[in-house]
Design a protein around this ligand. Structure first.
Ligand code: AMP
Length: 407
């Protein structure tokens, strides 16, 4: 039975009241499936990416459980630990907790590296129900005895695939040894390669699997287009697109950190308010960039993949791939920043002759056509021909393979 209203979950009244105030009316697919399972104390293996509503899918039942169990909080001993790969994601989950728990007498804390630890330590000393943390700072504060994990009732591992990409496996294993063996565990990952599956098997006990396929759902809401261009004309094309699109909120992806700055500066020079976000920026500067973009002080944010992962900003109308990612999964994550919660969005990829094979991979993964737009002032016929040739070749290969299988 699917529950398609929030009242159907029988969540405690203060949570229902908060949802009413926030304006959530219909639970998303992952919420419909995951909330009853978490309320039923099942371990959970959630295959879902940001943008599917997964944060509320685990936060809402967790807040409910904490409330109904009524275990008093103790200094330095959180009752729930949520581990996330990036500071941005940690801050976002913490903000969501504060929002969902606005009528509850619970305490939520967030800790991450790159900033002084004083404020974080004070929050832990005051006692916290839910702690959201990145692995490095968590281990650091444990070592300094500001924090113990022995009383954790629920452990959430978020974005497990990204954790591994970022080299956190050893830290995660260390953290696992510090958690009680008897605990409730929720594990989320956007993808499920073998090593993630292995990790999930060691962490979870008789898990229930919940899978949402944003590739299909998100991608169909996004108008996906590509434009062929020579590398040295990319900036001109970008400026042209943005000047013709004044009131829009656009996220531009680049491959390298230094490019993020360079592109943002060039846009500024042409009178387009822009900011950049990447791993070399301080935590304060990254937060400032997100704030400026969220509140519309700048029209454009230029980002690298890692810096943008998990960033949840409403109202992004356009995603522009200034550089196309050679990982099709990244493409899906990138364009998923637009078309949030059912809205429409547009993705534009600026493709050079060298990037042609990426386009083929992407179409193969998403199984969704990308519309080629040639009516633009910097159209490159050479790049277009290279790409069309490569797409044709890939199609022919697939057809041949299918023929061989039929024989
Ligand atoms: P998430 O996947 O957790 O990052 O959530 C993506 C976005 O959807 C966030 O802006 C949430 O506030 C929003 N959201 C989550 N659940 C719902 C819901 N049931 N109705 C409307 N918006 C939601």
């Amino acid at each position: 039975m699917t529950i398609n209203t929030f009242s159907g979950f029988n969540l405690i009244e203060p949570i229902q009241r908060a949802l009413l105030e926030i304006g959530y009316e219909v639970p998303t697919p992952i919420q419909q499936e995951a909330i009853p399972l978490v309320l039923g104390n099942h371990d959970l293996l959630g295959i879902a990416q940001t943008g599917t509503g997964k944060t509320a899918a685990f936060c809402l039942p967790i807040l409910h459980q904490l409330y109904t169990r009524r275990v008093p909080r103790e200094p330095r001993c959180p009752r729930v630990l949520t581990l996330t790969p990036t500071r941005e994601l940690a801050i976002q989950i913490h903000q969501n907790l504060e929002s969902y728990g606005r009528f509850l007498n619970q305490k939520y804390a967030v800790i991450f590296g790159g900033v002084g630890q004083g404020k974080q330590v004070r929050a832990l000393q005051q006692g916290t129900d839910v702690l959201v943390a990145t692995p490095g700072r968590l281990l650091d504060l444990i070592q300094q005895k500001h924090l113990r994990l022995g009383k954790v009732e629920i452990f959430v591992l978020d974005e497990a695939d990204r954790m591994l990409d970022m080299g956190f496996l050893r830290d995660i294993k260390k953290i696992l040894t510090l958690l009680p063996v008897k605990r409730h565990t929720l594990f989320f990952s956007a993808t499920m390669p073998t090593e993630i599956q292995k990790l999930a098997n060691t962490i979870l006990t008789k898990p229930q699997k919940v899978e949402v396929t944003p590739q299909a759902t998100t991608v169909t809401l996004i108008h996906q287009t590509a434009m062929f261009v020579e590398r040295n004309n990319k900036i001109n094309l970008l400026i042209h697109l943005l000047k013709n699109n004044k009131r829009q909120k656009t996220l531009v992806f680049v491959a390298m950190k230094h490019m993020a700055n360079r592109v943002a500066q060039k846009l500024e020079k042409h009178g387009i308010a822009a900011t950049a976000i990447h791993g070399n920026k301080t935590q304060g500067a990254r937060q400032q960039a997100i704030q400026d973009f969220t509140h519309g002080q700048v029209q454009v944010m230029v980002a690298t993949d890692i810096a943008s992962r998990g960033i949840d900003i409403d109202g992004i109308t356009h995603v522009i791939n200034y550089d196309l990612s050679n990982v099709a999964e990244n493409y899906v994550h990138r364009i998923g920043r637009t078309a949030r919660a059912g809205a429409q969005g547009t993705a534009i990829s600026l493709v050079t002759g060298e990037e042609k094979s990426y386009l083929v991979n992407i179409e193969r993964t998403t199984k969704h056509p990308i519309e080629i737009i040639t009516k633009q002032p910097y159209h490159s016929e050479t790049a277009a021909r290279a790409a069309i040739l490569s797409i044709g070749k890939a199609k022919a290969q697939l057809e041949n393979r299918a023929k061989r299988m039929r024989r």
